[in-house]
Ligand binder design. Structure first.
Ligand code: B1M
Length: 208
């Protein structure tokens, strides 16, 4: 089995310690952080998603796989982030109210930090008020919100409404698996992106 398959396999089994060990080994063998993310961790999580959907595994198994995924991707952070780049803007990031999914949001944060943006991470289950208050207090350029549930993505509309109410300077950008460009348009958000890398580019484009 290739080391990338081993990483994917250990992640799906929720073996965080093995994932860390294997990721470090892969890095020391010269495999790029991008490849470890895109060819091992992300496809592994796709498999977990399919098994979860088909009731082959349940929330506890998904949760430990998610912890292993986060443990592996944290190790990649220094490689995805350019050292010593001047701060180019401030982003407030979080997963919307009612939603506890944070793996995608964490990747988006990492990619944004990699572009030299200062990212203030509010975590998960973040209310519209909290997003807007944090953006205002930190004079942020961008609010980036993530949602993974069709039931919680509507919370993004409240963020757009609140931001307009207080005439916030920050642009609101949205993303997450169920979110689409037409949804963005329907709620009047300023931008949408499908993945972490383009989310970082989009955020940067809104910074002065
Ligand atoms: Co949940 N879950 N989950 N889950 N979970 C999904 C999302 C689901 C699709 C699974 C399924 O049925 N196939 C389904 C949602 C169905 C729907 O709404 N249409 C679902 C469900 C139903 C639930 C619960 C309701 C289950 C239950 O309790 N019965 C429950 C809800 C809890 C809650 O939030 N209130 C629940 C719970 C959980 C766990 C806690 C067990 C765990 C989360 C752990 C964690 O995040 N720490 C979990 C997981 C892991 C998943 C799946 C398997 C994987 C999600 C993930 O991390 N993907 C997921 C199935 C799937 O997506 N295939 C599923 C990897 C990640 C890198 O991708 O987050 O899409 P993603 O991020 C991408 C892009 O979307 C984008 O960039 C990222 C990287 O490219 N992106 C952005 C993300 N945010 C962005 C923000 C931006 C821009 C781009 O801002 C501008």
């Amino acid at each position: 089995m290739s080391i990338l398959n081993e990483i994917s396999d250990a992640m799906q089994r929720g073996r965080a310690a093995s994932v860390k060990e294997l990721v470090n080994k892969a890095l020391s063998e010269g495999i790029s952080a991008k490849s470890i993310l895109e060819d091992a961790l992300l496809p592994g999580m796709d498999i977990i998603g399919v098994k979860f959907k088909n009731n082959h595994i349940y929330v506890p198994e998904v949760l430990i796989a998610a912890r292993a995924m986060n443990a592996g991707s944290e190790l990649l952070k220094p490689y995805l982030t350019e050292e010593g780049v001047e701060e180019k803007g401030t982003v407030i990031i979080g997963t919307v109210k009612g939603d506890l999914h944070d793996i995608g949001k964490n990747l988006v944060r990492m990619m944004m930090e990699g572009k030299g943006l200062k990212v203030i991470d509010l975590g998960v289950d973040v209310s519209a008020d909290k997003f807007v208050t944090a953006a205002s207090e930190n004079d942020a350029d961008v609010i980036a919100c993530s949602a993974l549930l069709t039931t919680t993505m509507n919370e993004m509309k409240n963020i757009v409404i609140k931001a307009k109410e207080v005439n916030l300077r920050a642009k609101v950008i949205v993303g997450g698996a169920p979110v689409t460009e037409s949804f963005r348009e329907s709620i009047g958000a300023d931008g949408y992106s499908q993945d972490a890398a383009t989310a970082a580019e989009l955020a940067l484009s809104f910074c002065n």
